[in-house]
Design a protein. Structure first.
Length: 256
């Protein structure tokens, strides 16, 4: 995907706040028409106003855990705005789930939002993109998917699943002319991460995150991972045998 490829219609989920909101604004600034989805309609209305250019961002309120609603949203975007050329599946949430308080409702909510929300979106999108033999889908996972860390079992499980899903789909979609990108952020200063009760090393702001994502999309990378310090740390953890890995995570348990 080159600079010239930022044309047509983009669909961004989780666009009400954080990375999704900043990406919607960045794509609109490049001249794309952006369909912005989130559960809170007021966030989307303010986002459209912030874009400045009339019609640059169109609110499409959506709960990605509702499969029928996702299909209806994609059909609406395609019929009213135009064929989707870039979809960024960014909707996500997090709840700490510990062994001491293993809450199945919290776990299910994280799985339904992070994993099934992306699955429902892909199910609605892929037949259209494959038929046109064009378009790109970017799946937002996390470096937290590289390895399981204490109290992050639900979040890490969903992000690991998204990484594996993207790796599995990429060679298949290539044969259909559809591009797939995996986005693995570290800690980014957003309303979601501000709820975290633990230290967040190498925290960056949303402007840095958006710059990394837009640059990676322009270069056609499969994996866009940032910041590099957090990426290196998590990839090193991912390469450790279980003995030294658990020696490190046991210390994290004592600090939490």
């Amino acid at each position: 995907m080159t600079r010239e490829a930022f044309t047509g219609t983009a669909w961004v989920t989780g666009a009400g706040t954080g990375i999704g909101r900043a990406l919607a604004l960045a794509l609109a600034a490049r001249g794309m028409t952006v369909a912005a989805s989130a559960r809170t309609e007021t966030d989307l209305v303010s986002l459209a106003d912030e874009a400045g250019r009339p019609g640059a961002i169109l609110p499409v309120p959506l709960d990605v855990t509702d499969e029928a609603a996702v299909r209806a949203a994609v059909a609406h975007i395609e019929a009213v705005i135009g064929p989707i050329t870039l979809a960024i599946l960014n909707a996500g949430t997090n709840s700490e789930v510990s062994a001491q308080k293993f809450d199945t409702d919290k776990f299910a909510h994280v799985v339904n939002t992070n994993l099934m929300g992306a699955v429902y979106s892909l199910s609605a999108l892929l037949p259209l993109l494959r038929q046109r033999r064009a378009g790109r889908v970017a799946v937002v996972a996390s470096v937290a998917g590289y390895r399981g860390l204490p109290t992050s079992g639900a979040y890490s499980a969903t992000k690991a699943a998204l990484i594996a899903l993207a790796e599995a789909l990429k060679p298949e979609l290539e044969t259909d002319g559809v591009e797939l990108t995996l986005i693995n952020p570290g800690f980014v200063d957003t309303p979601l991460t501000r709820k975290n009760s633990f230290p967040m090393p190498f925290l960056i702001d949303t402007d840095e995150a958006v710059h990394a994502i837009m640059s990676g999309l322009e270069r056609g990378r499969f994996e866009i991972v940032f910041p590099w310090q957090m990426a290196l740390l998590m990839k090193l953890l991912g390469s450790l045998p279980y003995g030294p890995f658990f020696a490190i995570t046991r210390r994290l348990v004592r600090r939490l």
